[in-house]
Design a protein around this ligand. Structure first.
Ligand code: GLU
Length: 472
């Protein structure tokens, strides 16, 4: 049953443009999008580029292009770097209300404090002894939120995915908010933005759970409502460690370049950490939107299994008709083999539909577009020898030469003729005929059936390739 929320649903994805769009960020964006669409709410893209050193315009572009490609169209767009007046206004307000203060402790002093705390096995945090007195001869370092270190309060929140989460306030310390009025730090900027943008639900990766109690204290200091939190499970590799490059590509555009379909990626990412009401594995975006509830997001880490993605993608490839498939496959074919006539691509469309998991695999169909190259030894069937291979090729060529084009196109007929050759000359060993033919036509050990290949290559190319092989 759809949960009814009193407030307007407004959610955001807030990537930092310090790298290309990661599949994990794409998944967070997707869950925010699904939640917003399910409830008729708004989905916001907020580029968190407060880290000037590491943020790059090309990463921002990459993130936006990736989200657009997945069809996760945002309703509103913001960039943190353009919002400094908002951060400044709230910082000043907190300073004026004495909820925040300038800290004069130097890095060395903080290091010393940390060492002491570690010795006493306490959580490292800064407890500023003289919050509102300006020490003489010292410079302002950072703006901090004043947090009562003697409080026995437990900061708790009911996470939509993980249930009740609790932290002791006394381990938080006086939180850093900003380097100065113009340079806010992450936790502060996020809270100001979430509050100004009236975000109802903060749906993000579980790596942000430890930031949440700090952010709750900042929301409270600002006197605004705390949003509902939902922390999504981390993506894991197949060995169940945090997903990293060593498990395979982690940026979305690598999947795009390899010829995965956005609909398939959406389907895969949705099912990675969520189960809907039915057990089907192929679902359209609208079907997912219809079923999506935060309560059905899994608590445990989600294994990013490329095999599963390949299977889902292959199911989407199977849904194309020949024309659609030609259109999708053409850029990949032309990338490897140059411009190709549509008639040629359309001929292999059924084979592509049957075999491709993603479009970059068209490169395995090289032999349709270029002359095969192979080691002549490969022509020899394991139970035969070189003269055997030559004989098989010559006999097969004779048979095929005696046929006209339309007969070559009749796979059943050609197969029966070649089977007959195996019976008559190779004691029924079909491998002795089909193996050298496969290699002569494709140059490969593993390829589609040689009769299917002949059918696509046509009579002339087939005969030329067999002829060439007999002279190897
Ligand atoms: N900018 C943060 C990140 O890229 C996200 C912060 C948030 O969602 O609250 O991880």
């Amino acid at each position: 049953m759809t949960k009814v929320y009193k407030q307007k649903i407004r959610v955001r994805v807030a990537p930092s443009p310090t790298g290309n769009l990661h599949v994990g960020t794409a998944q967070s964006a997707l869950y925010n999008f699904l939640f917003a669409r399910h409830h008729g709410g708004e989905f916001i893209l907020r580029i968190e580029d407060t880290d000037k050193e590491r943020s790059k315009p090309e990463y921002e572009k990459n993130i936006m292009a990736g989200l657009e490609w997945l069809g996760l169209k945002w309703d509103e767009f913001y960039r943190s770097s353009e919002r400094s007046i908002h951060y400044e206004k709230y910082l000043q307000k907190l300073l004026d209300e004495k909820k925040a203060f300038w800290c004069y402790h130097t890095i060395e002093e903080l290091e010393e404090e940390k060492k002491e705390q570690m010795k006493k096995k306490e959580a490292p945090r800064h407890i500023c002894g003289h919050k509102y007195q300006e020490p003489t001869g010292k410079e302002k370092q950072i703006i901090r939120l004043s947090v009562d270190e003697n409080s026995t309060r437990v900061i708790s929140f009911q996470d939509s995915v993980r249930g009740l989460i609790e932290f002791e306030q006394k381990v938080v310390g006086d939180l850093s908010l900003a380097k100065d009025l113009k340079i806010p730090l992450y936790n502060f900027a996020v809270v100001v933005d979430d509050c100004e943008m009236a975000i109802s639900h903060v749906i993000r990766g579980e790596d942000h759970i430890s930031n949440t109690p700090k952010q709750i204290l900042i929301f409270e200091a600002l006197g605004t409502a705390v949003p509902q939190f939902a922390h999504l499970p981390l993506l894991l590799g197949t060995d169940r460690s945090k997903l990293s490059k060593r498990h395979g590509p982690t940026s979305l555009d690598q999947y795009r370049e390899a010829g995965y379909l956005p609909e398939a990626i959406v389907n895969f990412l949705a099912l990675l950490g969520w189960t809907g009401k039915d057990s089907r594995e192929i679902l359209t975006k609208n079907e997912i939107i219809e079923q999506f509830r935060l309560e059905d997001v899994h608590k445990s880490g989600a294994v990013f299994d490329i095999k599963k993605l390949n299977w889902i993608n292959s199911q989407y490839i199977k849904m194309f008709n020949d024309e659609g498939l030609v259109e999708e496959a053409r850029p990949f074919i032309e990338k490897y083999f140059g411009e190709q006539p549509k008639e040629m691509i359309i001929k292999i469309a059924p084979m592509l539909r049957e075999r491709l998991e993603y479009f970059d695999q068209v490169k395995e169909f090289k032999f349709f577009f270029t002359e095969p190259e192979y080691d002549p030894e490969l022509l020899v069937w394991k139970k035969s020898d070189k003269p055997g291979a030559k004989k098989a090729l010559e006999k097969a060529k004779e048979i095929l030469e005696s046929k006209v084009e339309w007969q070559i196109f009749d796979e059943k007929y050609i197969r029966s003729e070649l089977d007959r050759l195996a019976e008559a000359e190779f004691v029924g060993d079909r491998g002795a005929v089909y193996w050298p033919l496969r290699v002569a036509l494709s140059g490969e050990k593993f390829s589609p059936d040689p009769v299917q290949i002949m059918n696509i290559l046509g009579r002339d190319k087939t005969l030329t390739r067999i002829e060439k092989a007999t002279h190897k």
